[in-house]
Design a protein around this ligand. Structure first.
Ligand SMILES: [Zn+2]
Length: 341
């Protein structure tokens, strides 16, 4: 974004979103990415859906660059269009370049084509390509309202806008309020997955569990508790062992080719660097969603004698565990994102 002088923050919102990079800019972008990989970057993050003017050739060239360093491309593939074509694009780039591929939020990309998407990735892996995927356990996603994800908002019918929730006020949007907030900028929640799509992705043995943390979304703090509590314990969509494997071992294995430390994480083996977790899965509780998450977190206590895995406003592995319990935005989104939880 800095090379193209885009004024966006986390995501492009003007130059890098609305125009293709010149040949000179493409060279500068590739050089910056190469420098990062050369310095030990674990992979290349690519948000194709946020840079729709990037050409297929530019994207493929970056896959070749990742392949040169044997690093995965962690890709936010194109969203909102033809999910099959979207996946074909990145799978073909991985096959042609030899770069490992990690597809983020497979259910958000595929939506009602989630079953077909999982079949495509299974088939790709069965034929020897290094392709992995993840999902988070919520029917709502969240992204920047001013991003390229919604470039075609003006052609949408009026009923389309009701799927959006504006966290600061908790309101569902209309065409008018969407336009107003798009000019203003900020993160918006979008309800476009169904429970069936989420359950299908979460229970698939090859799908890792990921948070894609954005602090205004409950997924930042509630993801693992929700998978263990709702999908494993209550709905039995997957076993506890699978839920834990998909949250720990699979992500570590994804990274271990680039990071030798990861060969000692996410598993119990002699000599491994690990934190022991204690879980009493059958203990029931009647609190609402937030307290339910906290109750599960509390049970996942660390045995290092110093701190819990995650306390509200506590720390996770040395990082702040943000859970804005009292914020209006959190209350607003919680009440609508998870009405039955
Ligand atoms: Zn994401």
């Amino acid at each position: 974004m800095s090379i193209m002088h885009d004024t966006g923050g986390l995501l492009p919102r003007d130059a890098a979103m609305n125009r293709p990079a010149s040949a000179e800019e493409q060279r500068a972008i590739a050089a910056a990415v190469e420098k990062g990989l050369d310095e030990g970057g674990l992979g290349m993050g690519m948000g194709i859906t946020y840079t729709p003017t990037a050409s297929s050739e530019e994207i493929l060239n970056l896959f070749y660059l990742a392949a040169k360093f044997k690093r995965p491309v962690f890709v936010h593939a194109r969203e909102g269009g033809n999910a099959i074509q979207t996946l074909q694009e990145v799978i073909a780039n991985a096959a042609a370049s030899g770069a490992p591929l990690h597809i983020v939020h497979i259910n958000s990309i595929a939506m009602d084509k989630t079953a077909e998407a999982l079949r495509m990735i299974d088939g790709t892996r069965a034929r020897g390509l290094d392709v992995t995927m993840e999902a988070y356990p919520y029917t709502a996603g969240m992204t920047e309202i001013a991003s390229a994800m919604y470039s075609n908002w003006e052609s949408r019918p009026a009923e389309y806008f009701a799927r959006f929730l504006w966290p600061p006020t908790g309101e569902r949007l209309t065409r008018e309020s969407f336009e107003r907030y798009r000019k203003q900028g900020g993160f918006v929640a979008e309800f476009r997955n169904t429970e069936d799509m989420v359950r299908l992705a979460i229970s698939h043995p090859g799908v890792m569990i990921a948070t894609d943390g954005i602090l205004q979304h409950p997924r930042s703090s509630g993801t693992y508790a929700r998978v263990l509590g709702k999908y494993a314990r209550e709905e039995k969509a997957l076993t506890f062992m699978d839920a834990i494997r998909k949250s720990s071992l699979l992500p570590a294995q994804r990274l271990e080719a680039m990071s030798p430390q990861m060969r000692q994480k996410g598993r119990f083996e002699s000599g491994c660097r690990r934190r022991h977790l204690r879980l009493r899965p059958q203990q029931r509780h009647r609190q609402g969603y937030l307290r339910k998450s906290q109750a599960v977190f509390r049970r996942l206590s660390l045995r290092d004698g110093r701190r819990n895995l995650c306390r509200p406003r506590g720390q996770v592995a040395g990082r702040r565990c943000a859970w804005p319990r009292n914020s209006r935005s959190m209350n607003a989104i919680r009440s609508i994102v998870l009405p039955n939880s």
